[in-house]
Design a protein around this ligand. Structure first.
Ligand SMILES: [Zn+2]
Length: 298
C-alpha cells in the first residue's frame, strides 16, 4: 500500500521548498450552478461513505490500545513503537492520538448511557464525528467532565443542512465557557482552576493550608540558623551553612510535593484509579508529569 505523504515526510522533515498539498477549496470553482438530482444523490452517497470512515477512529483507537496493552506485536517486533512504524507507517504519537480519541469516545458514550434517563434530549445521543473533535475534547476538558462538555457543545452547536455541526473549535469554546462559569460560581477550585466536585477531595484541599504553614515554618528555621551563624557563637555553625541550606531545601520540596495540587485528571476525583493512588487528587510533581492531552489544560 502506498504510504501517504504525511508518513514519508514528517512536518519537520518536509523540505522548505516543497509547498503543502493544494487545498481542495483552492481548486474548486466558486459554486455557480445547482446540482442535478442525480449529482445531489451522488454527493450524499459519497459523503455518507466519508462519514462512516471518519467514525471508525474509535475502533482504530481501541484496536491499537489492545495491541499495545496486550503486547500482541511481540512475536515480530520488540516494542509498540517499532510495530506502529513498520506495520502502519505511522508515528507512535499518531497512534497515541487515536487511543486518546477512542478513550474520549468511550467516556462520552458510557456517561451518556448511564445518564440516559436524565437526558432524554437528542444531544446525548449525538456521537463524536471524528478523531479531531475527540482530541479537541480531550485537551479542552479533563476526564470526568468531558461528557458534560460534549452534551453542552451539541446543544449549542449550529445546525447546518438539518444536522448539528459540532466542530473542534466549538468544543474548545464550550469547555472554556464552562470553566469561566465555574470560576464565577465561587465553587472550590484546585490549584489549576478546576472545580472540586468530590467531598473526599475537598477534605484534602481544606488541609492544604497545613502544608503551606509547614513550608513557612521551614523558611523561618532557615533564617534562625542564619542568625546563629551571624551571632557571637556562629564559628562552627558557619561551617555547616551549605548542609543546612540543602537540608531545609530538601524538606521544603518534600512538603511541597506532598501537598494537594490538582484533581486527578484520570479519574476526575472518583478515586478509582491507580494514577492518584486512589486519592482522587495529585500533588504538583505527579500532576506535571501527566501528558498534556490528559491534563486537559488549554
Ligand atoms: Zn485518579
Amino acid at each position: 500500500m502506498e504510504s501517504p505523504c504525511r508518513a514519508r515526510f514528517g512536518d519537520s522533515e518536509r523540505p522548505e521548498s516543497m509547498s503543502k498539498p493544494p487545498n481542495i477549496n483552492d481548486l474548486s470553482p466558486a459554486p455557480t450552478s445547482q446540482l442535478t438530482p442525480y449529482e445531489f444523490h451522488e454527493l450524499q452517497t459519497f459523503e455518507e461513505a466519508i462519514e462512516r470512515g471518519l467514525k471508525h477512529f474509535a475502533a482504530v483507537g481501541y484496536a491499537l490500545r489492545e495491541i499495545r496493552d496486550k503486547r500482541l506485536y511481540r512475536a515480530a517486533y520488540t516494542n509498540f513503537e517499532d510495530y506502529i512504524e513498520a506495520r502502519w507507517q505511522m508515528h507512535v504519537s499518531q497512534a497515541k492520538q487515536f487511543i486518546v480519541a477512542a478513550e474520549v469516545e468511550e467516556e462520552v458514550t458510557l456517561k451518556t448511557a448511564t445518564n440516559g434517563s436524565q437526558n432524554p434530549a437528542a444531544e446525548s445521543e449525538t456521537p463524536i464525528p471524528n478523531e479531531r473533535v475527540a482530541r479537541a475534547l480531550a485537551s479542552a476538558a479533563p476526564k470526568g467532565e468531558r461528557a458534560g462538555v460534549w452534551q453542552e457543545a451539541v446543544k449549542t452547536a449550529p445546525v447546518v443542512h438539518g444536522k448539528k455541526k459540532v466542530t473542534a473549535a466549538h468544543v474548545k469554546e464550550t469547555a472554556s465557557k464552562a470553566r469561566t462559569q465555574e470560576r464565577q460560581s465561587g465553587k472550590m477550585l484546585d490549584k489549576v482552576g478546576r472545580a472540586i466536585t468530590h467531598d473526599h477531595v475537598a477534605v484534602a484541599f481544606n488541609a492544604s493550608g497545613d502544608f503551606s504553614s509547614l513550608m513557612h515554618e521551614l523558611s523561618a528555621l532557615k533564617g534562625r540558623f542564619k542568625s546563629l551563624m551571624e551571632g557571637p557563637a556562629g564559628h562552627y555553625a558557619t561551617r555547616h551553612r551549605q548542609e543546612w541550606d540543602a537540608g531545609i531545601s530538601n524538606l521544603h520540596s518534600i512538603v511541597r510535593f506532598s501537598a494537594p495540587y490538582a484533581v486527578c485528571p484520570y479519574c476526575g476525583g472518583e478515586r478509582n484509579c491507580d494514577s492518584c493512588k486512589r486519592s482522587g487528587w495529585m500533588p504538583e510533581e505527579i500532576y506535571k508529569a501527566v501528558p498534556r492531552d490528559i491534563r486537559g489544560e488549554q
